[in-house]
Design a protein around this ligand. Structure first.
Ligand code: SF4
Length: 486
């Protein structure tokens, strides 16, 4: 009998929960988890994906495991956070519940989406340059608490999804009917939340409550050090972020950083001094890098990292992951880890959909077009699956299949340029036209009308593809090509 069958999800969670508290046993747990990752991804490789793509996934998982181990060793993960990481993250997200997923597969012929990205409020206490959501304090729109609850309950019931990502606006500004974001976390203790926040509202009291709940990790936005962060986010913000880090460390809440890579700061956010400061001195356990996407407030193509910088970032990101075991995910240089674009629920499931403060549903936070609103869907008797199988999301998943999933290993589409909206803009726009999708806000509408923007994005995509395709072919496709011609 396979080990994976013999040990139940719950048992794995409990064993890991117990053993991580015993520092002598932790190295054994780390080795066991690394072995399981390699066995599952590379030796079993049940989706038969290119081996180098699978090895990237193993490297990222290893980095994730080591980050967690460092967090435990340094006392940065409190008792409740440890429980929830073991029971929910490991027991329900890594080892997913089979029954609900199987039901979904039988009904729809694909695996269910993995999570929802929810932006429950447009309000924000800051006014950052280039904010993708265009948020500020004057925008009051907020998703009703009962709708948020229904979405969260439904994704568990329909998809077996216990992971939720919260973004904004500033999520900690959320208020509805006397309820706050903390009430949402408390009401859904069977889910694990990743929250993107500017960090300025993380008081000792908020951090303490997060520590007691245990089912939340925060990704706090920084742009570099004080100068770069305050320049984009406002004076004094960096110091407030350092205070938030301290509060989270004291409360045992795991946290990481979220960085937007622009042309002017992309080297800064990956250099040794930056990594040492945030990972070693401040206790960040991960870094998300979002290469600036020209949507949202005052968008401009001039701020994007150049194609050459993007390739340089690829080398550096993977050096940090493969050689230093740091959990650094770079959108879009980490495209192999997710097997490409995960918008619209993902071609074979596991991906996500985006729901904003109006209830508008988009394939992705960076794909600002929509055909559905969750409030209307509920009024009409539908549910989250109504959105997943809308013409817009279905067409995007079809593109993902044509591009990567439904091809033989030796000619899979280049996952170093996986993003339809950024790297294959012509196609993304064609889908929008074909289903008559509407922009989700005025910036989306502006982008649609601005032909120079469209041309610039198409040119950008071609250039990045051209620069990265030899790396893609030589590193990722060549082994399958050799096997094919042998
Ligand atoms: S549309 Fe682009 S940003 Fe969104 S999930 Fe796909 S690759 Fe990522």
């Amino acid at each position: 009998m396979r080990i994976s069958n013999a040990i139940s999800r719950r048992a794995v969670g409990s064993i890991v929960n117990y053993t991580v508290t015993e520092s002598l046993l932790r190295p054994t747990v780390v080795r066991l988890l690394e072995w399981a990752a390699y066995h599952h991804m590379v030796e079993r490789n049940s989706d038969n994906l290119p081996i180098e793509v699978q090895l990237d996934k193993v490297a990222m998982l290893k980095a994730m495991i080591h980050s967690a181990e460092a967090g435990f060793s340094r006392g940065l993960i409190g008792p409740m956070a440890r429980n929830k990481l073991a029971e929910v993250f490991l027991g329900k997200i890594v080892y997913k519940p089979k029954e609900v997923r199987q039901e979904f597969v039988e009904k729809h012929g694909m695996r269910p989406p993995g999570f929802v990205l929810l932006s429950p409020t447009a309000r924000c206490n800051l006014k950052c340059k280039g904010c993708y959501a265009g948020s500020d304090a004057t925008r009051k729109t907020t998703l009703p608490y009962d709708v948020v609850n229904r979405i969260l309950n439904e994704k568990v019931k329909l998809w077996g999804s216990h992971f939720t990502v919260i973004s904004g606006g500033e999520p900690f500004m959320y208020r509805d009917n006397g309820k706050t974001l903390l009430d949402i976390f408390e009401q859904h203790l069977d889910q694990y939340f990743l929250v993107y926040t500017n960090g300025t509202l993380i008081t000792p009291e908020v951090a303490r409550r997060l520590g007691e709940l245990g089912n939340v990790t925060l990704a706090i936005s920084v742009e570099g050090f004080e100068k770069e962060t305050d320049d984009r986010r406002g004076r004094g913000v960096f110091r407030r972020i350092l205070k938030a880090f301290e509060n989270l460390r004291n409360a045992g809440v795991p946290f990481g950083i979220s960085t937007t890579a622009f042309k002017h700061n992309c080297d800064r956010i990956q250099d040794d001094g930056f990594i040492k400061f945030f990972f070693e001195e401040q206790g960040a356990m991960y870094q998300w890098i979002f290469q600036y996407m020209p949507i949202g407030r005052s968008f401009t193509l001039d701020m994007m990292v150049t194609p050459e910088q993007r390739l340089r970032m690829y080398d550096r990101t993977w050096e940090l992951v493969r050689e230093r075991n740091l959990f650094v995910a770079d959108f879009w240089n980490s495209g192999t880890v997710s097997s490409g674009c995960i918008a619209a629920g993902g071609a074979y499931g596991g991906g996500y959909i985006y729901i904003d403060w109006n209830g508008t549903i988009a394939p992705c936070a960076f794909y600002p077009f929509s055909v559905h609103n969750i409030k209307d869907i509920y009024t009409d008797g539908g549910n989250l699956d109504t959105a997943v199988f809308s013409p817009l999301l279905t067409k995007i998943r079809n593109w993902q299949r044509e591009y990567f999933d439904d091809r033989p290993n030796y000619e899979r589409g280049n996952l170093l340029v996986p993003c339809p909206i950024r790297d294959h803009h012509r196609r993304a726009r064609a889908v929008v036209d074909e289903v008559n999708a509407k922009p989700i806000d005025k910036d989306g509408a502006h982008a649609l009308e601005d032909s120079a923007y469209g041309r610039g994005m198409i040119e950008y995509g071609k250039k990045v593809d051209c620069l990265s395709c030899s790396l893609w072919k030589e590193r990722y496709l060549a082994p399958a090509r050799e096997k094919q011609s042998a």
